[in-house]
Write a protein that binds this ligand. Structure first.
Ligand SMILES: C[S@@+](CC[C@H](N)C(=O)[O-])C[C@H]1O[C@@H](n2cnc3c(N)ncnc32)[C@H](O)[C@@H]1O
Length: 261
């Protein structure tokens, strides 16, 4: 599928979730808050929230920094954020691969659980480094391989199709962020296990977040009832004694500094 078509599908999926996102965003709230202690304690900064979604964290950044920009490739997410967040944030519709921002114009790029959607990630990183000032910071979280492994292995019992997006390994991520222009000065990788009443509950949460788009899935649309039943049956292998269905998210977070020229 051409890269542009993939981007349109991802944007549509998140856009359709703009009104259900905030109540489904348990993981996103946790990981976004976990980045806060890394934020610099200087107010006079131009800050970009890359993949700002409904603007929950953009709002928090705006209470701390002088100039804050929220950028997202979903028009509906930008509209929602504009209507629901403080007025002095500058909202931009744009793609992480080609941002409508000047070279070296940003002191800090904050990005919570967005760049796992950027493929190839190297290209998005190049663009982030283009807009960052020398000495600027990229503070981010993303998902690493091992995420949704229960769902992935349950589907593997049913067919060969791709039902969960590809995530880079922890090792691939750490090496990718160390470039001739940048170094990763902090990194952390943590398994977060969320609990679900059923596999349907998990599927609804992913849909409520707009995170149910799998660009490399061959058979589009919903799985047939037989396949779904077989998959949920396999998922029972992971069920806990109290009946809870776990789903693991491997959250990789870090602080990258753009080296001085
Ligand atoms: C999981 S949401 C996270 C939203 C927000 N950062 C938060 O913590 O609540 C991912 C967001 O990234 C946006 N996104 C995904 N790929 C993007 C890209 N290439 N450029 C800009 N935004 C992107 C989606 O539209 C969506 O709003």
């Amino acid at each position: 599928m051409p890269a542009y078509a993939t981007q349109v599908k991802i944007a549509r999926s998140f856009g359709a979730a703009s009104h259900s996102y905030d109540v489904s965003a348990r993981l996103q709230r946790y990981s976004g808050k976990h980045l806060m202690p890394w934020l610099p304690n200087i107010n006079d900064l131009t800050v970009l929230d890359l993949g700002s979604g409904t603007g929950f964290f953009t709002n928090i950044l705006a209470s701390q920094y002088q100039q804050v920009i929220g950028l997202d490739m979903s028009r509906l997410m930008i509209n929602y954020a504009q209507e629901n967040r403080v007025k002095d944030i500058h909202w931009l519709l744009g793609d992480a691969f080609k941002m409508p921002l000047q070279d070296e114009s940003i002191d800090l790029v904050y990005s919570n659980l967005v760049i796992q959607w950027c493929d190839p990630l190297e290209k998005a990183l190049k663009e982030i480094l283009r807009v960052l000032k020398p000495g600027g910071l990229f503070i981010f979280s993303t998902l690493a391989d091992g995420t949704l492994n229960e769902l992935k292995s349950s589907w593997a019992q049913v067919d060969d199709d791709q039902h969960v997006i590809d995530f880079k390994t922890e090792r691939e991520l750490s090496s990718l962020f160390n470039t001739s222009q940048s170094i990763l000065i902090e990194q952390n990788c943590q398994d977060i296990v969320l609990e679900y009443e059923s596999v349907l509950h998990l599927a609804h949460e992913l849909k409520g977040l707009g995170a149910n788009q799998v660009p490399k899935k061959l058979l589009k649309g919903l799985a047939g009832k037989d396949k779904w039943d077989k998959m949920t049956d396999s998922y029972k292998d992971f069920q806990e004694p109290d009946g809870i269905y776990p789903a693991t998210y491997k959250v990789f977070s870090g602080v990258l500094v753009k080296l001085e020229n």
